[in-house]
Design a protein around this ligand. Structure first.
Ligand SMILES: Cc1ncc(COP(=O)(O)O)c(C=O)c1O
Length: 390
């Protein structure tokens, strides 16, 4: 097992920063905004109340599970009960729980690539076998039913689906979500659908929840979500899994032996978040949208770099293939990984190479950073790549 590449790049950037360098970090997948004040205040009050110094049930505070059910209906239209909700240590544990519940040894899980680096690892940890289904910019990094059908075998147990996508920023339109969901339902396979970026869509793009469009999928569908991206709460570690009650009970049993409940105070903060309004995410969405347009324009201005316009989340996924194999500062990077290494050492710019996402030849660049840093960072890359020889 490899360490999370996204966290590795971030750690390298932070180490250089600690040594006094002005590093521009496009690596981290987290909003640069503080958690909204009302949520922080709820946590402060929770800290002072001794009842929150204790364990909660493994599956979470009953009132938080209820609030997540209400929020799910409010935001995606998916009608679920509190018993179908498991509160987890971030969306990441919901992903791990989902595959732990679904996978028997030898079971295959289809994972459209480029994929978030954690999916294949958590499938493998659960004893399953990740099967990458490659996509590229010619289809907007979206997988088709035909590709899925071609990749499916009798061992296929589940499909991992995520929209908006990390790392590509792709958002599936309604008809494609529906077609994929219907295909999975007809084939009798499960879908793990990750909705953590549900509120971060731009322009005309819309997020659609698969089990809402394909209700017959509901008893074989696990939805992953959390507060991290919507409320700038990455450090609080609260996510959830929504699914059929028997799957939620099974995941609860696993979690009871692994991590027990999510920190009680964090759950109180999450309760304030999901029962509050969506003003903070609206403000962040405006900022991300502005930065999205900026980074998309600036990247495409660089010779050797091409980038699709991202429609969701907060990542650009430019191709750097045209720069590979060319002379640059006395080196000749052959892979996006080597080029990313050059970017951090020569330009003090941190990006995550596509290798981490099953897509060599690309960079993932988070635009959840300040506008000035964003422009400075891409300008440094433009200056560095401008030196590329033959
Ligand atoms: C697609 C996707 N799903 C889930 C997560 C998990 O987020 P967390 O564990 O911070 O809630 C992330 C975080 O980067 C993500 O990008």
């Amino acid at each position: 097992m490899y360490p999370s590449a996204t966290l590795t790049v971030d750690a390298k950037a932070k180490a250089l920063q600690a040594a006094g360098e002005h590093v521009i970090g496009f690596g981290a997948g987290e909003p640069d905004f503080p958690t909204p004040e009302a949520i922080v205040e709820a946590a402060v009050a929770a800290c002072r109340d001794p009842k929150n110094h204790r364990y909660t049930p493994t599956g979470g505070l009953p009132e938080l599970r209820e609030a997540v059910a209400v929020k799910t209906k409010r935001d995606s239209g998916y009608d679920v009960t509190a018993a179908q909700v498991l509160i987890t240590n971030g969306g990441k544990q919901a992903v791990a729980n989902a595959f732990a519940v679904l996978c028997d040894p030898g079971d295959q899980v289809l994972v459209p690539a480029p994929y978030w680096t954690t999916y294949p690892e958590s499938i493998a940890l659960a004893g399953g076998q990740p099967v990458a289904v490659p996509t590229d910019e010619t289809t907007g990094f979206r997988v088709s039913v035909d590709q899925l059908e071609a990749a499916a075998t009798p061992q296929t147990k589940a499909l991992l689906f995520v929209s908006p996508s990390n790392p590509t920023g792709a958002v599936y339109p309604r008809d494609e979500v529906e077609a994929i969901g219907r295909w999975a339902a007809d084939r009798g396979i499960w879908v793990v659908t990750d909705e953590i970026y549900e509120h971060l869509v731009y322009g005309g793009a819309e997020q659609h929840s698969m089990p809402v469009l394909v209700p017959e999928l509901a008893d074989r569908c696990l939805v992953v979500n959390g507060v991290a991206k919507t409320y700038a709460m990455t450090g609080w570690r609260v996510g959830w899994m929504v699914g059929p009650v028997d799957a939620v009970v099974a995941a609860n049993n696993i979690q009871s032996h692994e991590t027990s409940n999510v920190a009680n105070v964090s759950q109180r903060a999450a309760l304030a978040a999901v029962t509050g309004d969506l003003a903070a995410v609206a403000m962040m969405r405006d900022a991300f949208d502005r930065r999205r347009r900026t980074i998309h324009g600036l990247l495409n201005d660089i010779d050797g770099v091409t980038c699709l316009e991202p429609e969701g989340a907060f990542y650009a996924f430019p191709s750097v293939k045209a720069l590979l194999g060319r002379e640059l500062r006395g080196r000749r990077p052959q892979t996006s990984e080597e080029l990313a290494e050059l970017c951090i050492t020569e330009a003090k710019v941190a990006v995550v190479p596509g290798e981490a996402f099953g897509a060599p030849g690309y960079f993932r660049m988070s635009y959840a950073l300040g506008d000035d840093d964003l422009v400075e960072g891409v300008s440094r890359l433009a200056a560095l790549f401008g030196e590329a020889g033959n």
